[in-house]
Design a binder for this molecule. Structure first.
Ligand code: 3SL
Ligand code: MG
Length: 247
């Protein structure tokens, strides 16, 4: 049986050797959820970009590409859309269909970039947990689940989601440490008992910014069967089934 381990923040990823593992990035609020939603809405490729300047210079070269993301939770000036899944689902699908997007966020894209040495990099959220678990169970490699966290700090919504994933994979993977087991045990509790605006800083911050519906949407379980994967050859996120011709 292969092992499975949760890395509690993106910053801590540098301590781990990710060669030969399947990495799963989780940023429930909100980058993972936004990535999934963009693919649901018909975006073909999502290019994770570190800085706004890089994103603007990419956009100048390819003006058809949509610029999407946030700084401090808010859409930066000059961007087409923010990091809000609810904002995205309220647009007509024609806006996104077949297009490419440039995506930059404070923590989610950082976690992705830090996982680049992994064998494969998947993106998970509450909304696609089951599809991630089904595919990961078929891959005979150790699994490292990277919680994005917030500005280098631990974020409980990512850890709770990671625990749920570990729970679904227990018959195929063995948790390697206490932190991973703790998340698995915690994830059996109802989400609202653990992650809510009293206990979770990021939930309360997003509600304060007027993004309460994003929080509700991001916490819905198993609403999508799309599995986003980072395609190293192209340097972008695509649907897993398009690349590997599954389903
Ligand atoms: O940091 C990130 O990647 C974001 O998802 C954070 S926020 O929810 O847009 O504030
Ligand atoms: Mg987050």
């Amino acid at each position: 049986m292969q092992d499975i381990q949760i890395i509690p923040t993106a910053t801590e990823t540098q301590k781990y050797d990710l060669r030969g593992v399947s990495a799963i990035i989780i940023d429930v609020l909100r980058a993972s959820t936004t990535i999934l939603t963009l693919l649901e809405m018909g975006i073909s490729r999502i290019f994770p970009i570190s800085t706004k300047d890089e994103a603007f210079s990419f956009k100048r070269k390819k003006p058809d590409t949509l610029l999407i993301g946030e700084r401090h939770g808010i859409k930066p000036e000059g961007f087409d859309y923010g990091n809000s899944p609810i904002e995205l689902i309220n647009q007509p699908e024609a806006v996104f269909n077949g297009k490419d997007a440039l995506f930059t966020t404070t923590n989610g894209t950082k976690a992705l970039i830090m996982a680049e040495r992994a064998e494969s990099i998947f993106i998970a959220s509450m909304r696609n947990l089951n599809s991630v678990a089904l595919e990961i169970a078929k891959i005979p490699l150790p699994v490292r689940i990277i919680c994005a966290g917030t500005n280098g700090e631990f974020s409980m919504e990512d850890y709770y989601c990671a625990g749920k994933l570990v729970h679904s994979l227990l018959s195929s993977f063995r948790p390697i440490d206490d932190l991973t087991w703790l998340a698995e045990k915690l994830s059996i509790q109802p989400l609202k008992n653990i992650v809510n605006s009293k206990t979770c800083r990021h939930v309360s911050r997003l509600k304060g910014l007027g993004f309460e519906r994003d929080v509700q949407f991001s916490f819905e379980l198993d609403k999508s069967n799309i599995l986003p994967i980072y395609d190293k050859e192209q340097g972008c996120i695509i649907k897993y089934d398009e690349k590997y011709n599954e389903k």
